[in-house]
Design a protein around this ligand. Structure first.
Ligand code: AMP
Ligand code: MG
Length: 430
């Protein structure tokens, strides 16, 4: 089967009005990348429990009614609601009982009721449950005071959770614990998921040393590969850690071709800045279709984006800047959703928390700024956000101290104390 030719980078750029690679707004860069990246189609079947965090490959249509029968939502007494007296006690005779998994086998007539437990199937013809704490028991009768229940109360209808034939989950969903439970309630033992995306990554720069090596004069330990490892692991992709690649054209070319041969996406850090004296950019430029951007963002700015040809198909290149905070911010702002999309997921917009700025913040319109923020409850019951102090893009500690990224939007200017700002929280529940 021949694959349709992917659009060239130039043709994608021509669709973006006012495209300027030297001052590209974040939103345009995101739109560009979204058009560039291919979507994985290969799927595999996994046992249900192993599918947590994986991308659902096909829509799941409910094969059953869940619950399968009308059943009681409370411990109490089931009866036909039509006989309830609006202004007086309703007196009913208890003729049997139904438990969860052990339905009442008889037939309750008018004036009768059935003792019933939560989850027990509603006996035929009975549609209402009065909770036990609302009634008085007198021998084999119960007294239901007027007004404590109405017809249909405390009864769960068959199929109210999932109706047979209804769409339960859509393809592209990243499966969460509730989804796994829902699939279990349908009796589904195996789930079709998209195969994991393979991401290769390496660091470039002659000053970098790997952990375990002596730290020579003027050198730093390579930390980017570790933050990238963590961020990628959280996304649930398959990782190919290729270490530090030294600044040598042949070593770099070999690394890129090995990465592209084994991975769907290649992420590098370092070597894409303007005044860069090393070979990374030159080698990247020879890989095929590669663009060098200056993004209107801070931190971040320089980034390379492209496509590397390989036998299995093209690999997408994300050449991130070298500064440790810039790597993380560009990853979250530009790469994360792209990798999710490549892996077959439908990325959902990340929720932003509106927080009162704890102090004034300087901001120039014309670029998106991501400041490291510490979010805490405010006295008025809302949230407040303070920045972590120095916002230097080499200060990785600021990312570690922060619990969110304050997003100061492209057109936004200076922020006054107390003004509401958007913050992307780091923590999520599920
Ligand atoms: P570059 O973008 O290559 O000019 O690098 C910018 C800054 O980030 C320089 O100070 C580099 O030493 C630093 N840097 C680059 N790569 C890494 C890395 N993998 N780990 C830690 N720092 C790095
Ligand atoms: Mg460098």
């Amino acid at each position: 089967m021949t694959r349709p030719l992917p659009p060239s980078l130039a043709s994608i750029a021509s669709c973006i009005s006012g495209y300027d690679p030297a001052a590209l707004p974040v939103e345009q860069a995101r739109a560009f990348i979204d058009q560039l990246v291919p979507r994985l189609r290969a799927t595999e079947m996994l046992p249900l429990r192993s599918a947590l965090g994986r991308v659902l490959a096909r829509d799941i249509i409910s094969s059953l009614n869940v619950p399968a029968h009308d059943n009681s939502a409370m411990d109490g007494y089931a009866f036909a609601g039509a006989q309830l007296l609006p202004d007086a006690d309703t007196i009913l005779q208890v003729v049997g009982s139904g438990m969860a998994g052990e339905p009442y086998a008889g037939q309750a007539a008018s004036g009768q009721c059935v003792r019933i437990m939560t989850g027990a199937v509603m006996p035929p013809g009975l549609d209402t449950v009065v909770p036990q704490e609302f009634v008085r028991q007198e021998g084999d009768r119960i007294v239901v005071p007027a007004g404590v229940v109405q017809t249909g109360d405390n009864r769960r209808l068959a199929g109210e959770d999932l109706a047979k034939g209804e769409a339960a989950l859509a393809a592209g969903r990243v499966l969460r614990p509730a989804d796994i439970g829902m699939l279990a309630s349908l009796g589904q033992a195996e789930v079709p998921v998209v195969r994991r995306l393979r991401v290769a990554f390496f660091s470039t720069g002659n000053e970098l040393r790997s952990i375990g090596e002596p730290l020579d004069e003027g050198c730093v330990y390579d930390s980017n590969r570790y933050t990238l490892h963590g961020m990628l692991q959280r996304l649930g992709v398959d990782l190919i850690d290729m270490g530090v690649v030294r600044d040598d054209p042949q070593a770099l070319a070999d690394a890129f071709s090995a990465a592209a041969a084994n991975a769907d996406a290649v992420i590098t850090s370092g070597g894409v800045s303007v005044g860069e004296a090393d070979h990374t950019k030159t080698v990247m430029a020879q890989l095929g279709d590669v663009l060098f951007w200056r993004i209107a963002m801070r931190p971040g700015r320089p980034m390379a984006i492209g496509r590397i040809q390989a036998e299995h198909g093209d690999a997408i290149l994300f050449g991130l800047p070298g500064n440790p905070v810039a790597v993380m911010v560009t990853f979250y702002a530009l790469v994360r959703d792209a990798l999710l999309t490549m892996g077959g997921a439908t990325p959902q917009p990340l929720p932003l928390l509106r927080c009162a700025a704890a102090h004034p913040i300087r901001k120039k319109p014309g670029r998106t700024e991501y400041q490291r923020a510490i979010v805490s409850p405010a006295a008025d019951g809302g949230w407040q956000a303070a920045t972590t102090g120095s916002q230097g893009s080499g200060i990785l500690r600021s990312m570690s101290q922060a619990n969110g990224l304050m997003v100061l939007h492209h057109d936004q200017g200076n922020v006054a104390a107390g003004e509401l700002v958007d913050v992307l929280p780091f923590e999520g529940l599920l």
